[in-house]
Ligand binder design. Structure first.
Ligand code: C5P
Length: 242
């Protein structure tokens, strides 16, 4: 891990210089944080599972025409990705009330929303990722109106596709967070899905029992966190052992 140049270290991942220009190696850690870094923990094996789950979901999304930064998985904890300029916006799509939306509006967790709701948060550890509007994003130049249109359209397709995929394995996609980046090719820029998609940034509930199979098990001290991530991988048919 120390032989390559470290480009960026986040809470759950490290980015290293890749083997070719324009590529990076994304390394998945077992570290977990919640509540704006106030809660720290290690979920043994999480990095390995998230690497596999994100590989699977990014590949599937690529197949339906969602451009992503993912190139290929390299080993248990690393994947090769295209180097992109990350847009400093976390886009959250919600289908069912939970988490900060339930808290903000006093809507009981589990309430089906009248339609999918999209929210934007400005990526800033110092400011604890404040919720922002399109006006803030375009006025402060974090993204152009065209970038935002592309991000919204891609997020809706991701939501439609992943909701169906998870429903097929008995899981409800309650909400999720995605990040996008700018990728230049031959003087042309396009917006691509970046970061990861895993139980760290999705809420996934069993359709029959409403059992939580995602990072809320860590946030809410529900126990059996790694088992929940394993169960998601098992239902997707991609358990590392299998
Ligand atoms: O906490 P909140 O209800 O706003 O989270 C909405 C969704 O976004 C959840 O699936 C959560 O896992 C994800 N999220 C994330 N990274 C953050 C904040 C939320 O992946 N910094």
């Amino acid at each position: 891990m120390t032989r390559r140049r470290r480009i960026y270290e986040g809470k759950a991942k490290v980015l290293f210089e890749g083997p070719e220009p324009g590529t990076l190696v994304q390394y998945f850690k077992d570290d977990a944080t919640a509540f704006h870094n106030q809660k720290h923990g290690i979920i043994t094996g999480k990095g390995v599972l998230n690497n596999r789950i994100s590989e699977y979901l990014m590949t599937k999304l690529g197949e339906i025409g969602v451009p992503t930064h993912f190139v290929r998985r390299l080993n248990m904890r690393e994947q090769l990705v295209r180097e992109v300029e990350i847009i400093p916006i976390e886009l959250v799509v919600r289908n069912v009330a939970a988490g900060s939306l339930s808290k903000r509006f006093g809507i009981p967790e589990g309430t089906q929303l009248p339609r999918s709701i999209m929210e934007y948060y400005y990526k800033s550890d110092e400011l604890n990722d404040p919720i922002v509007s399109e006006e803030h994003i375009t006025a402060f130049g974090w993204a152009t109106p065209q970038d935002l249109d592309d991000m919204m359209a891609l997020s809706l397709r991701i939501n439609d596709y992943l909701s169906g995929l998870f429903l097929g394995i008995g899981l409800k996609l309650v909400d999720f967070k995605v990040e996008f980046g700018r990728l230049w090719e031959n003087d042309e820029m396009r917006i691509v899905l970046a970061d990861e998609i895993s139980p760290d940034n999705c809420r996934l509930w069993d359709v029959k029992t409403n059992q939580k199979l995602d990072k809320d098990r860590f946030r809410e001290d529900l126990g059996r966190v790694e088992e929940a991530y394993q169960e998601v991988a098992r239902r997707l048919g991609i358990l590392p052992e299998g």
